[in-house]
Design a protein around this ligand. Structure first.
Ligand code: SAM
Length: 243
């Protein structure tokens, strides 16, 4: 069966060109700060896609990095990148809803993946799986869609969202990445409080979230756009610990 990300894999370079501004100037700097020192650590990146952040995680000094994703097309792209420039990253096709434990990791990362959960039960299963893959004391670091993103930040980031009026938890809606023609993806509406609750129910503690913000290093010519991206931004970070 082909899933929506197998379609995206075919035109991934176009998508990446549009989303790179917010990724480079807000998302990666905010996320990297939370990852901290990864030297010597084992990291599992779930929903890794074609691995652009997985590779950066490995470059922060992680001893071993595993990337998993539902989409064979995205994992094929990730493996091609690994073959071109070997970093020792292992990539596996795995659905987070059914994935068996991949090991005991120090850190699990989930970057733009939780909003694909179609029900609260599905999100709860995903949270339980991430918890099961961490060693005691291990950390979860999430980047996720902000259910309260502003139209201004979406436009500045190169997206358009088609949320229903008064969206309810789990409601499906389309996001268009403004490629030519637009690349449409179906996602689900998950208020931050629900994600926090689901993570706590799975056994995580110290669950803390924050909106992404522009890096101090944003080039002067890019600051106005970065500030627009930051007005109720399109994504937020969540960190949590497995006791
Ligand atoms: C927006 S992309 C993000 C990819 C990558 N984390 C990044 O930020 O570059 C979302 C990814 O989540 C994957 N995904 C969605 N649902 C999933 C699931 N149930 N299990 C594993 N991966 C999933 C998709 O196949 C897609 O590659």
């Amino acid at each position: 069966m082909t899933d929506q990300y197998d379609q995206v894999a075919a035109t991934f370079a176009d998508v990446e060109a549009v989303i790179s501004f917010v990724r480079e100037n807000l998302e990666w700097p905010s996320f990297k700060e939370l990852l901290g020192d990864l030297r010597g650590l084992r990291v599992l990146d779930v929903g890794c896609g074609e691995g652009s952040f997985t590779r950066r995680i490995q470059q922060l000094g992680a001893a071993h990095v595993v990337g998993t994703d539902l989409s064979p097309g995205m994992i094929a792209l990730a493996r091609q990148a690994e073959a071109r420039n070997p970093q020792g990253i292992t990539y596996e096709v795995q659905d987070l809803k059914t994935m068996p434990p991949q090991g005991e990791f120090d850190v699990v990362t989930a970057i733009h993946v939780l909003h694909y959960a179609d029900t609260r039960e599905t999100m709860q299963t995903m949270a339980k799986t991430m918890h099961a893959n961490l060693k005691p004391g291990g950390r979860l670091v999430v980047l996720s869609a902000n259910a309260n993103s502003s139209e201004e930040s979406e436009t500045a980031a190169g997206f358009r969202t088609y949320r229903p009026a008064n969206p309810q938890e789990g409601d499906k809606f389309k996001v268009a990445v403004l490629t030519t023609p637009p690349t449409e993806i179906e996602v689900h509406h998950w208020p931050t409080e629900t994600i926090v609750d689901v993570l706590e129910t799975a056994g995580f503690t110290n669950v803390t979230w924050a909106p992404v913000k522009p890096a101090a290093t944003v080039a002067p010519a890019d600051r106005t756009r970065a500030e627009r991206c930051a007005k109720s931004p399109t994504s937020l970070t969540i960190t949590a610990t497995k006791p």
